[in-house]
Write a protein that binds this ligand. Sequence first.
Ligand SMILES: *[C@@H]1O[C@H](CO)[C@@H](O)[C@H](O)[C@H]1NC(C)=O
Ligand SMILES: *[C@@H]1O[C@H](CO)[C@@H](O)[C@H](O)[C@H]1NC(C)=O
Ligand SMILES: *[C@@H]1O[C@H](CO)[C@@H](O)[C@H](O)[C@H]1NC(C)=O
Ligand SMILES: *[C@@H]1O[C@H](CO)[C@@H](O)[C@H](O)[C@H]1NC(C)=O
Ligand SMILES: *[C@@H]1O[C@H](CO)[C@@H](O)[C@H](O)[C@H]1NC(C)=O
Length: 352
Amino acid sequence: MTGTIWFLLLGLIIAADFGSAEVPAIFIFGDSTADVGTNNYLEGCKAGADNRFYGIDYPHSKPTGRFSNGFNTIDLVLRQLGDFEESPPAFLYLVQNMSCFKSNILHGVNFASGGSGICRETGSRPFTNVVPLGKQIEQFATVRGNMTELLGEAKTESLLANSLYIISVGSNDLLEYVRYDFKNKSSPSLLSNLTFAYHNHLQNLYNLGAGKFGIVSAPPIDRVLPAVRVYTGVKFSLGNAYVIATDIIGNPLSHGFKNVKEACCGTGAFNGEDKCTPKSKLCQKRKDFFFWSWNHPTQNVSYLAANKLVYGEADEYVTPINFNQLASILRSMFPLTTPSLPSQNPQKNPKK
Ligand SMILES: *[C@@H]1O[C@H](CO)[C@@H](O)[C@H](O)[C@H]1NC(C)=O
Ligand SMILES: *[C@@H]1O[C@H](CO)[C@@H](O)[C@H](O)[C@H]1NC(C)=O
Ligand SMILES: *[C@@H]1O[C@H](CO)[C@@H](O)[C@H](O)[C@H]1NC(C)=O
Ligand SMILES: *[C@@H]1O[C@H](CO)[C@@H](O)[C@H](O)[C@H]1NC(C)=O
Ligand SMILES: *[C@@H]1O[C@H](CO)[C@@H](O)[C@H](O)[C@H]1NC(C)=O
């Protein structure tokens, strides 16, 4: 009996705390730009970032599986939106740890896996084992089922319809094609295959109840968006990662970077011949560097990129609205209170 009252009280307090001013939950899909530890749990995965010196600027200098010296771009997007301090935890982490699974999934989950892509095969050749986007969406379907058990169908639908879905993926498909299959410069079938596959993924997410997408992508994958526009109720913000990166690399000093050629942590030519390891050469001033490791930006670059995604002028870096405008729509739509369960083990991640 006491237990029930405590349950209700706690539910009310948490609900009141959420109020109307926050995005209820955030679900994240994609690659190393968004991964917060998924790959730590994959057997045989060769795309990992859970060793020193990754995370050297993360709280307690802890390697978490983020492909950065600190927070990654999506963490910093969420920080700047103000609803969360960093990304929600990785799905595979939560699955390992049932004690926090139920209370955490209501705030969102991160499914992103470094090295993965839009195509199912992307990542398997260089890294053996990653979680492709399609599989990430299957995992989301599982979480949806778990939520429905907790909250019932109507509340789950309402929560998911009013949550933000961030997808940051595509560059590995292009990179891998260049690395392994590049024979024909025009490669129209690659582009149409990617567009087709990406559209299917979005359709599947939509069918599962998603409607508000923040998409980080590079051309030509943005070609899929005319198709997205026809879904009812869908709102999206498309950030152009390519323009953001070339903008900074083209004018490094005005953005505060002195070195856009070498990696801060690595080995060999340009310090960029291999991933960052405890034996790597580490640069002195990390904030001067564009590249943290051979293929990933430093936290400071991610901070700038996140800033452009969140507050960027429409049609410069983001189309047709920026991430903050997208989040504002969600915050204003429903005085929705996130249904909550009592949690003995609240994660530090959601800002509460
Ligand atoms: C979530 O759903 C899956 C698939 O139905 C199930 O195997 C799993 O045990 C559920 N997890 C929890 C914590 O209920
Ligand atoms: C490249 O692709 C185009 C269009 O599919 C095709 O017409 C052309 O023959 C291809 N070139 C080579 C060298 O394969
Ligand atoms: C595109 O898809 C078709 C059919 O699945 C496949 O045969 C072709 O190799 C794909 N093209 C590329 C560049 O991946
Ligand atoms: C820039 O990087 C330094 C560490 O190299 C860090 O202390 C600082 O907080 C970063 N600034 C931003 C805005 O991320
Ligand atoms: C499970 O989660 C709890 C609370 O968040 C934490 O203290 C514990 O270390 C986690 N266990 C594992 C195996 O990660």
